[in-house]
Design a protein around this ligand. Structure first.
Ligand SMILES: Cc1cc2nc3c(=O)[nH]c(=O)nc-3n(C[C@H](O)[C@H](O)[C@H](O)COP(=O)(O)OP(=O)(O)OC[C@H]3O[C@@H](n4cnc5c(N)ncnc54)[C@H](O)[C@@H]3O)c2cc1C
Length: 388
């Protein structure tokens, strides 16, 4: 790969995207008026609202890229991009279906049996089936191939034992796609498999991991001898590493990797207006943030267009996630300096001090979740070295 291979080119969104964007904005205006969209930072992580999810599904905005035969929208990745960037920018409560829509659905479509596709995909598109990611463990985050969760062969299928960590939404979701070792192999990337696990199984014990804010979003997920039939196996035994790598590409390449804190910037601008306008210095700093946002968005759109066209964009996606997640964290610090007020998590929900406190308390996670920036830089370096 040479530096010119990193060039993503300018992206022209199709004309139908403009119409779609307006439809989403109209929908959001109605929701905002009803008090269901509060412009919260990190709403794709902690904005749990299954009723909102079902309303989105009725518009066809969940499972948009899944085939119509499975209840999906049969639409393009770029159309989905437009919908989700509008939802993220508005800070809409989208966490209930986020993982199901972003990665579980496409992963089941790609690797699932016909029975799994027919069962799960229509439910995902209807906003009626929510998924968690069961990858990380206590000592296996960056080094995912070292997972210790094991699935052993039994007469009727598999028995799953181990503890997953950081399992977002395991206390409220329906299923998790769990990465487990099914074979001890010399090659640590071989012998891994993925399973679709019912989170309400009595042998699944969920233990909260609280965020700094005290919110309960994450969990340890103890798999205490969960009995699974062969129907729970996703893809072929031993193909888990290849599958999980594909799933991570979906997890890392979207606009949520730079838009988590955009609602805070919007709230700052409103707060400056409310409190009597801004000084030239404040104006210049808001302008600089907006310019950075516009350039990261252009790069992110470039990644989305490359992926939609079937072109490899792993290295570019890693670069954009690194730039984007640093931007969303730095935005919080800038905003604190532009308008120095006390952040208060106990202030009225949706008020500026509360939104600021939420963004500050969530900030440590921005560059960790979905793979840390150090790991991404390793991917970038290896990608560039291939060109030598
Ligand atoms: C808010 C949040 C949400 C998450 N959601 C989920 C989820 O829903 N499901 C799920 O399965 N997981 C989830 N995770 C886990 C996340 O994927 C891991 O935290 C992440 O991959 C890092 O793994 P780790 O925490 O084990 O850190 P470690 O891998 O122990 O890393 C510790 C530090 O060492 C650095 N490091 C490690 N290896 C290298 C290396 N080779 N080169 C350079 N530096 C290195 C890392 O960059 C990091 O700074 C979530 C994490 C957070 C914080």
């Amino acid at each position: 790969m040479s530096l010119s291979d990193l060039d993503l080119g300018a992206v022209q969104l199709p004309p139908e995207a403009t119409r779609l964007r307006q439809e989403v904005r109209d929908f959001l205006a109605t929701e905002r008026a009803a008090g269901t969209v509060l412009g919260r930072p990190d709403s794709w992580l902690t904005g749990w609202d299954p009723a909102f999810t079902r309303r989105l599904a009725r518009h066809g905005w969940i499972g948009m890229t899944l085939p119509r035969a499975y209840g999906g929208g049969g639409r393009s990745n770029l159309e989905r991009y437009v919908v989700i960037e509008e939802l993220l920018a508005a800070g809409a409560p989208v966490s209930a279906h986020w993982v199901a829509d972003r990665q579980a659905g496409p992963t089941i479509l790609r690797h699932g049996t016909e029975a799994q596709r027919s069962h799960f995909l229509p439910r995902i598109a209807a906003g009626a089936c929510f998924f968690s990611i069961g990858m990380s463990e206590q000592d296996s985050g960056s080094d995912l191939a070292s997972v210790r969760t094991r699935a052993e062969r039994t007469a009727s299928g598999w028995r799953l034992t181990g503890t997953k960590m950081w399992t977002g939404g395991a206390h409220v979701n329906d299923h998790a796609i769990v990465l487990a070792r099914t074979d001890e192999s010399e090659d640590r990337h071989a012998g891994l498999s993925q399973f679709i696990v019912d989170l309400r199984d009595p042998q699944v014990r969920v233990e909260p991991i609280r965020l700094l804010s005290g919110e309960h979003t994450f969990n340890y997920c103890h798999l205490e001898g969960v009995e699974l039939t062969d129907e729970a196996l996703l893809g072929r035994p031993g193909d888990g590493w290849r599958q999980v790598t594909g799933e991570l590409a979906l997890e890392r390449s979207g606009p949520e990797r730079f838009l988590s804190t955009l609602p805070l910037l919007s709230a700052l601008v409103k707060e400056l207006q409310r409190t009597g306008g801004c000084s030239p210095e404040q104006q210049a700093r808001v302008g600089r943030l907006t310019a950075r946002l516009a350039s990261v968005r252009q790069l992110s759109l470039g990644v989305a267009a490359a992926l939609a066209a079937g072109r490899p964009a792993d290295v570019q996606a890693a670069l954009v996630k690194d730039l984007g997640t640093r931007f969303e964290g730095e935005l919080v610090n800038e905003v604190r300096e532009i308008l120095p007020i006390a952040a208060r998590f106990d202030a009225t929900r949706g008020s500026y001090p509360e939104l600021l406190a939420t963004a500050i308390l969530h900030a440590p996670g921005y560059t960790l979740r979905g793979g840390t920036n150090e790991i991404l830089r390793g991917i970038i370096t290896r990608g560039l070295e291939l060109s030598r």
